[in-house]
Each structure stands twice: as structure tokens, then as C-alpha cells.
Design a protein around this ligand. Sequence first.
Ligand SMILES: N[C@@H](CCC(=O)N[C@@H](CS)C(=O)NCC(=O)O)C(=O)O
Ligand SMILES: *[C@@H]1O[C@H](CO)[C@@H](O)[C@H](O)[C@H]1NC(C)=O
Length: 274
Amino acid sequence: MAKTLYIFAGSVWAAAAELAVAELGYTDADIETKSVNLVQGENFAPAFLKLNPLGTLPTLEADGKVYTSTTAVVGALVKDAPTKVAAATAITETIHEDKYDPNFAMFAARNEAERAAKGNGIAGAFLAGRQGALEKYAADPEGAPFKAFYEAKLAQNGGGLAISNGTAPEEAKAGFFAMSTAHFAAIKAALYEILPGVLPASGFIGGATPGEDDFHVGAWLTRILLTCGAKSADDALAALAAAHGAPAPASVAAYWGAWTARPSWTKVYGSGLH
Ligand SMILES: N[C@@H](CCC(=O)N[C@@H](CS)C(=O)NCC(=O)O)C(=O)O
Ligand SMILES: *[C@@H]1O[C@H](CO)[C@@H](O)[C@H](O)[C@H]1NC(C)=O
């Protein structure tokens, strides 16, 4: 039965669902994809919040049900798939923990120089675009049922925007730099300690071909390498080594090679890492 998958080209977790679709033997007739522009805050539109009250991607509508988190979306795609793959293990839950959040990694800044660079880049544009959308929808009569959601998001995103655009008070910035430093250390531990504990010497966590865990871990790793400064599959391991001051563990390097050789990875990331 037809499914509708909501994605966005810049979204790390939507990419996990897109990798799953590409690997699982679905045809174009099985799944309709719709883009929700996160930079313009389309995920905050009342019509989208009616579908997914969290306002996040990926979101999947299938068989009269709505799946609103990445693990639920990928789980539903795996369950119904023409191609059967290995089921998720504990690493899927681990990689989704807040302390390893690949979205925060995009905004994190450990000092004033990093803050200024990111504030003037995609991260700053993203926060500003969202704030404008939240203001618009909060003032729209159709947004009335989501008033509490908009107020919380306006405060949270506005705080992030003030740090990003440099107008936040010094102590708020200092707190953000400390949080970012801790996040960078947690990501390093994931890359150099946790992943080597679960990645095979070759192939995927799910075996010779990607399994359910791999859709999550592959998308997470791609985003993290981007935040290390990678521009493509080819320069990513050097970027990782430079960012963290140590060569990539052998299993992480092999895993990156395995994923980037897949047509599915090229389909999802060919036009740019995200
Ligand atoms: N833990 C959630 C996170 C999903 C998430 O944060 N998705 C991002 C895109 S990668 C999003 O939709 N962000 C919009 C927002 O938070 O406003 C999940 O796995 O579903
Ligand atoms: C910076 O962010 C704050 C908080 O959202 C906002 O009120 C202000 O207009 C922004 N200033 C600039 C120069 O973008």
C-alpha cells in the first residue's frame, strides 16, 4: 500500500529514512516523498503539526498510521520492505541520545571564532528562517491550536538565534561554549570508543549489506563528518582526523568506505553531505 514520506534535503534524520528506502527494494510507486523545507520552517505549519505534533522529520504516513520519529519511521519501512534486513540493536537507541545529537553538532561553537563562523553560515540562516516562520504561524488563526508549541519554540529558537547572531548576553554565550565543548567530547567518544565496539572490520552492522542500525549510524556518521569540515566522501576521514587530533579508528574508516561505495549513499548524498 502507498506510503508518504516527508523529508528535506538538508536533514540528517530524514536521510536515514531515505537510505532505508533506497536499500529496501521499494519502487517509486510504493512511496511518495514530499519535501518540507526546514530552513523556511515549513515543519511548523499548522497543517504539518496536525500530522506530526512534534514538527520533525522524517515523518511517514502508511496504512492510516503516522510515524513521527526516525526510529519509528525506519522501523515501519523495514517491517514492510520487499528486501528483508537485520533488525535494529542497541546502537540505534544509543546514537539517537541527546548527547550525540548530530543537529546540535551543526550549531555547536566552542569559542567566539566558531560562533561567528557558524552564525554567518547555514546554521544562522536556518535559525533566522525558523524564527520568521514561527512568528508567522503563531499569528495565524489556523495556528491557534498550537499556541503553546509556538511559544516554547519561539523562546528556544530565539535563544539559539541570539547566540548565533551574537546579540546574546556574555554569560549565555559562555554557557553555550561550555555545552558545545562537552558535546564535541561526547561525539569524539562515540567515534573513537562506542562505534569501534559495534562496527565490524568490514561490511555493515547488519551484515554484508546495510541493516536497520546502519541506516541510523550511516546518516549520523555522514553528518558528523560534515561538521568536522568534510566536503565529500574522499576528504572526510582526513577532516575527522584533523578535527579530533587522531586518525579515524580502522573500523570507522572501513565503515565509511563501505557506505560511500553504496549507490544508495550516492543517491542520498551525491549533491552534498548533510
Ligand atoms: N529524535 C527525533 C529527532 C528528529 C529531528 O530532530 N529531525 C530534525 C531534522 S534532522 C527536524 O525535523 N528538526 C526540526 C525541528 O526540530 O524543528 C527523531 O529521531 O525523530
Ligand atoms: C538576533 O537574534 C535576536 C533573538 O532572536 C533577534 O531579536 C534579533 O533581531 C537578531 N538580530 C540580528 C541583528 O539578526
